[in-house]
Design a protein. Sequence first.
Length: 231
Amino acid sequence: MDAILVSVHQCRTERLDQLDSLVKGFPGIPTVALVSRHDPHGSEALLHLGASGVRQVVDVTGPDGWHRLRQVLGQPTTRDAARIQGPLLEALGEVPPDARLFFEVLVRLAPEVGTARELTERLGVRCTTLMSRFCRAGLPSPKNYLAAVRLVHATLLFERPGYTVADVAYRLDYSSPQSFGRHVRALLGITSSELRRRFPFEAALERFLTVMIVPYREIWAGFRPLLRRES
């Protein structure tokens, strides 16, 4: 875990004790309060968050806020994430700041986040809202993007000497090698062993970019997935 993102608009008073313990228990991990609109509840929540030890506030109601949030959350924290993120963002081209942030966070969190609901919670957006926006825009679902990026991470892990299918499955938080195998078969129609043999990292990344990014660049150029209000 590299940062804790807290939406001030979904912050419940009864959860503040847990947040206080989290902030004190992991002082090296930045905790960021996210402001996506201005209202009395948000102002009150910020006071409570400050009392709980939250020292960073990012207001994303303007473009500067998204830029700052990207600085906090968007940097690759591992060499593996950097190897995926660089080519992905290059293939994506110019997109709105929150669209870029979606991919930056997706790549960074994919090894430890197994469901679209977990991903959207980390992004501070309702799962149903994000899924609906992707569907209306004509994009693959957030679930599909997450599943595809997790497979790319799997091919990176397969590069490591001595790593078995079971090692990769557990490193990606699958419940078992069989669960990982079912995931691979559902997406590619092959076994996990065939994935290792037929798709080295460069081939897997190229396939992901060709199937999931390049055909949708025009849509992503104007897509705003993380807006808290529909325009």
